[in-house]
Design a protein around this ligand. Structure first.
Ligand SMILES: Nc1nc2c(ncn2[C@@H]2O[C@H](COP(=O)(O)OP(=O)(O)OP(=O)(O)O)[C@@H](O)[C@H]2O)c(=O)[nH]1
Length: 299
């Protein structure tokens, strides 16, 4: 039996945008049949789509140049947003809980009457916005490692599956880097668990800083990390792997605690399945450990 994945819980199959008048203030968005704002918002749990819907409705109150939404899970801009002279900010609160801050820009002034009308629109958004935020938060809890914020093992399994399928379909390159810290246990044993956590956090940040935003980073738990390098990055995967290991080994926190990193790298070969790619990277990591640690081995 297949269960619905949390990341699939988005009622957004049919695109739907607000259209309370015939005038469109936002390019790129199609007109659709008249529907109440609340019912349009109920069609999606995607924050960007909700913002686009509300921005269409707000644009009928006052021609807007931009609308931005700032939440604890990220910032979003309505399609086609541009800066303008007049700015108006509003905080969206539901049951004494601050959900988000909205910033509007327009060439026209936000008079008290306009502000009141925007407030009415915002009040229609509150429940849909709260629901969307809960879904994103659940996705984060299900997919993220709580200590480092990197993807967790469950996230890796999904991403690894998609990445191998995509690489095979597009005949593009994919590399898997498995990384394990050396002598990490003694940090916990000698300096305590909090010091161990500090090292793990530092390593996660070093990896974020060293790798590109398009590279996918994961912590499997303990002191094990994984990186998926796709496309051009996969071509220079060995260089990337050596750069990451060097950056970890040279970092002052790792040096203070005498921790280093070993890594195993494997590049997807034609006809290879994901299980074989994983075991090749794992075997390379094992070789790196056996070769005296603090180094990289390529499968
Ligand atoms: N501080 C901290 N420690 C953790 C966490 N998760 C696992 N550990 C510890 O990480 C250690 C991992 O063990 P090993 O991989 O054998 O340690 P190691 O000394 O790096 O071993 P080598 O890889 O052979 O060098 C164990 O002591 C775990 O208790 C965590 O979230 N925080």
């Amino acid at each position: 039996m297949e269960y619905l994945l949390v990341q699939d819980v988005a009622l957004n199959s049919a695109p739907s945008y607000a259209a309370l008048s015939k005038v469109q203030h936002w390019q790129d968005l199609p007109q659709c049949a008249e529907q109440s704002l609340v019912s349009q918002l109920q069609t999606t749990l995607d924050l960007q789509q909700q913002l686009n819907i509300v921005s269409m409705a707000a644009g009928k109150v006052l021609p807007l140049s931009s609308m931005q939404l700032k939440t604890s899970v990220g910032c979003f801009s309505a399609s086609g947003s541009q800066q303008a002279d007049f700015e108006y900010r509003s905080v969206l609160v539901l049951n004494q809980q601050c959900l988000a801050e909205v910033t509007y820009h327009s060439e026209y002034a936000f008079t008290p009457l306009i502000q009141r009308e925007l407030l009415l629109l915002e009040s229609e958004w509150l429940f849909a916005l709260r629901n969307a935020l809960v879904v994103v938060r659940l996705q984060q809890l299900a997919m993220r490692d709580t200590l480092t914020g990197l993807g967790n093992r469950r996230y890796f399994d999904d991403a690894f599956n998609s990445a191998t399928q995509l690489a095979r379909r597009n005949n593009s390159h994919l590399a898997l880097l498995l990384l394990d810290l050396d002598n990490f246990k003694q940090v916990n044993d000698n300096a305590g668990h909090a010091a161990g956590d500090e090292v793990l956090l530092a390593v996660a940040n070093i990896m974020r800083d060293t790798l590109r935003a398009s590279d996918q980073l994961f912590r499997f738990g303990g002191d094990e990390f994984a990186v998926l390098l796709a496309g051009q990055e996969a071509d220079s995967a060995e260089l990337v792997a050596r750069r990451v290991v060097k950056a970890i080994n040279q970092h002052h926190i790792c040096q203070d605690y005498k921790v280093s990193a070993s890594a195993g790298l494997a590049v997807l070969k034609p006809e290879q399945d994901k299980a074989l790619l994983f075991s090749a990277a794992d075997a390379a990591l094992y070789q790196a450990k056996n070769a005296g640690k603090s180094t990289v081995r390529v499968a």
